[in-house]
Design a protein around this ligand. Structure first.
Ligand code: NAD
Length: 428
């Protein structure tokens, strides 16, 4: 797929991974960039990559080392912005791709940020709370030299949450000598977090999903929804769809796949996951033993909300949904995109569908700077408006240019980024 791409010397061909997917997406948008295509190479190289060693003393007295990353892909339109992932499969290629998708996303919804992302290759389930805190604090200290409220603002991603953001904020603040709440978003409300942030990504998926369903003439009431990943994004999206009258018929997470023809009791499932760490063992559902068969479940709306490269050539032909809402970043490979397009399945790309999180992160950052906090109603209203407007603009462009929603979103976003690049000019 991406063998023709120039591979940076710091990635071997076998490591190209999600970064290769992103490069392919950039190739697909380049013909639509007009004279700005001259600058497109900017998008194919991260601005700055920091790889750090994160040593901690474990509870048993041994020393453990973890590999951490912070990648700033682009800062043409503002400071870097993007989450931090703790996962055993984190690689440089993955963090590079995630940082680039943040550049595109922030430009697609027009929040004044560049793109960045961070991660540590670790399975946090193997750490005690004390070890998790020490690792988070040491990682924050190591990337301290490139983050800051005006430089690069981390946020939660897979396996990171409000508590981890609180530790990051505290560590950065201790290093600075003053409390800097604007250095991370997704913080607890009591530390300058924003109302609505915890739910924002899932809510954005739902809002955009309703807009897209309306275009297809698909009613939400009674619609069959399948969700992969039942964490911050998938869990909230599932709950909002269920509250709106849809039936959540299947859920897959890292441990199990479950189905329920009549619709899962989503709040009960959320309570089960909170207690047991996964959907496995939930009483009100049947188990799908072969996880690959999750993709064949009869449904109208499919929400991948776990990891990258889940919808591939291997399963794209089997998917029964009419509408796919990318809650996750990069869940669909370019080859699968083509198959779905040919089959008439509408894909709302990650850079629009899951942009609700960074949109409310932007609100949080603005509130922190002004030390003036908004009501949840105001936040959700503004979020809904931004999401609807971004979707409408991308939908219209896709119609005009006869391209996929992904290519349309990339046209909007890459044009904004490269216009900024061109106007700023090259330094020196
Ligand atoms: P999370 O840690 O809260 O939840 C992740 C979920 O994915 C869990 O249910 C986990 O069991 C499941 N999962 C992990 N590995 C899996 C596998 N191999 N197969 C099936 N399920 C698996 O993370 P999150 O914040 O909900 O993030 C999910 C996705 O959404 C990621 O792609 C992330 O980059 C993206 N995203 C998150 C935000 C945010 O605000 N948190 C914003 C935009 C995009």
């Amino acid at each position: 797929m991406s063998s023709h791409h120039e591979i940076p010397s710091y990635l071997t061909p076998s490591e190209i991974g999600p970064w290769g997917v992103y490069l392919e997406q950039i190739d697909r948008v380049t013909p639509y960039l007009g004279s700005l295509a001259r600058w497109v190479e900017t998008l194919k190289r991260p601005k700055r990559i920091l790889i750090v060693d994160v040593p901690i003393e474990r509870d048993d007295g041994t020393i453990a080392h973890f590999e951490g990353y912070r990648v700033q892909h682009n800062t043409s339109r503002g400071p870097g912005k993007g989450g931090v992932r703790f996962h055993q499969d984190v690689t440089l290629s993955e963090v590079m791709a995630l940082s680039a998708w943040m550049t595109v996303k922030n430009a697609a919804v027009n929040v004044p940020y560049g793109g960045a992302k961070g991660g540590i290759r670790v399975d946090p389930k193997t750490l005690s709370q004390g070890e998790l805190q020490r690792m988070t604090r040491r990682y924050t200290s190591e990337i301290n030299i490139i983050i800051g409220p005006n430089k690069d603002i981390p946020a939660p991603d897979v396996n990171t949450n409000e508590q981890i953001m609180a530790w990051m904020m505290d560590t950065y603040s201790m290093n600075q000598g003053s409390t800097a709440s604007g250095v991370v978003t997704g913080k607890p409300i009591s530390l300058g977090g924003s109302l609505g942030r915890h739910e924002a990504t899932g809510r954005g998926v739902f809002v955009v999903g309703c807009e897209a369903a309306a275009k297809l003439g698909l009613a939400i009431v009674g619609a069959r929804v399948a969700v992969q990943g039942f964490g911050n994004v998938g869990g909230v999206a599932a709950r909002l769809f269920a509250e709106a009258g849809a039936k959540v018929v299947a859920v897959q997470d890292h441990a199990a796949s479950i189905v329920c023809e009549t619709g899962l009791d989503v709040p009960a499932l959320q309570a089960h996951v909170k207690q047991h760490g996964s959907v496995a063992g939930f009483k009100g559902a049947e188990v799908i033993a072969d996880g690959a068969r999750f993709w064949e479940v009869e449904c109208d709306i499919l929400v991948p909300a776990a990891l990258e490269q889940q919808i591939t050539e291997a399963n794209a032909n089997k998917i029964r949904a009419k509408l796919i809402l990318e809650g996750a970043n990069g869940p669909t490979t370019p080859a699968a995109d083509d198959i779905l397009h040919d089959r008439g399945v509408l894909v709302v790309p990650d850079v629009i569908a899951n942009a609700g999180g960074v949109t409310v992160s932007y609100f949080e950052w603005v509130q922190d700077f002004s030390s003036f906090f908004w009501t949840e109603e105001e936040i959700n209203l503004r979020l809904t408006r931004i999401m609807r407007e971004a979707f409408a603009a991308v939908w219209q462009l896709a119609q005009d240019k006869k391209v996929s929603l992904r290519t349309a979103a990339f046209i909007v976003a890459c044009t904004r980024v490269l216009q900024a690049r061109e106007m700023r000019g090259l330094y020196p």
